[in-house]
Design a protein around this ligand. Structure first.
Ligand code: PYR
Length: 311
């Protein structure tokens, strides 16, 4: 029999719901949207509302809402968006204690009901939360993956396309490191239509784009006034989900467990990876200049100091 993939989305807030909606539209599988018992009815309502859009938009996917983790049984892919979001004035790191508690309880449930799933983590601070899921679940590292670089690169690509007035599709970007203000956008590896950006954009403008990318999450937090970004984060999760579900072997940045790569050990950090049916099939290592490595070290130190709060 040909079965649709089963995708569980944990957390039915703006990000989780948007993710489910895009997954449905792309017909990547049947979707179970999960939230806490106090939100059971709103979660069921959002799922049913999405289902009712499917005849109009023209997609087939069962989308259901639940507060019962048994409903994620044998999911192929689990996407975790659960947790509180930051408000203006907060950094992602201010969320660490609250969201670590949530992440541990989610990890126990996923381990019980979907022990063979591949897991994508979005909850912030994402590097530390991905590590928390990894430790709590005992899943192999290939199957515990965080999302940050696809989003950070998407922001970079957007700003470059706006600057050059060219298609976003022709712009590639490359961001390494933790999902914080000291992430490392690598201009040297970024192109528009195959042309290095350094040949197309003056240095001061490019520096400004790098800076805006670093603070891109905060820019949205300040504009929204009460919560953080969700459209671009959801789209980024779906791109990673698609790479895995369709075994596309895409080279995308992931938050991956490093065991020696880039000189770091026992640390989840954003690096280029090969994503396919087995999850992270490879961490791609690059030669970095001394300056780039120093920037990455600084970002890794920031992630470690957040992790230290947890221990
Ligand atoms: C961001 O918008 O970058 C988040 O981390 C939510």
């Amino acid at each position: 029999a040909f079965n649709r993939k089963k995708i569980a989305v944990i957390g039915s807030g703006f990000t989780g719901a948007t993710t489910a909606f895009i997954l449905g539209q792309k017909e990547l599988g049947d979707i179970v949207l999960v939230d806490i018992p106090q939100l059971e009815n709103p979660t069921k309502g959002k799922a049913l509302d999405m289902m009712e859009s499917s005849p109009v938009l023209g997609f087939d996917a069962n989308i259901t809402g639940t507060a019962n983790y048994e409903d994620i049984k044998d999911a192929d892919l689990v996407i975790i968006t659960a947790g509180i979001a930051r408000k203006p004035g907060m950094s992602r790191d201010d969320l660490v204690n609250t969201n670590a508690g949530i992440m541990k309880s989610v990890a126990e449930q996923v381990k019980t009901y979907a022990p063979n799933s591949i897991v994508l983590v979005l909850s912030n601070p994402v590097d530390a939360m991905t590590y928390t899921f990894f430790k709590t679940s005992g899943f192999p590292k290939e199957r515990v993956i965080g999302q940050s670089g696809v989003l950070d690169t998407a922001r970079f690509r957007t700003f470059v396309a706006m600057e050059l007035n060219v298609s976003v599709e022709d712009v590639t970007g490359f961001v390494l490191g933790g999902h914080g203000d000291d992430m490392v956008p690598l201009v040297r590896y970024s192109y528009a239509g195959g042309i290095p950006l350094e040949k197309l954009i003056p240095k001061d403008r490019l520096d400004a784009i790098v800076e805006r990318t670093r603070k891109g999450g905060g820019e949205i937090v300040n504009l929204l006034g009460n919560g953080s970004a969700y459209y671009a984060p959801a789209a980024s999760l779906v791109q990673m989900a698609e790479a895995i579900i369709k075994d596309k072997k895409r080279i995308l940045p992931s938050v991956a467990l490093l065991q020696g790569e880039y000189g770091y050990t026992d640390l989840y950090l954003g690096v280029p990876t090969l994503l396919g049916a087995n999850g992270i099939e490879k961490v791609i290592e690059l030669d970095l200049t001394a300056e780039e490595k120093a920037a990455l070290d600084k970002s890794a130190d920031s992630v470690r100091s957040v992790m230290a709060v947890l221990k």
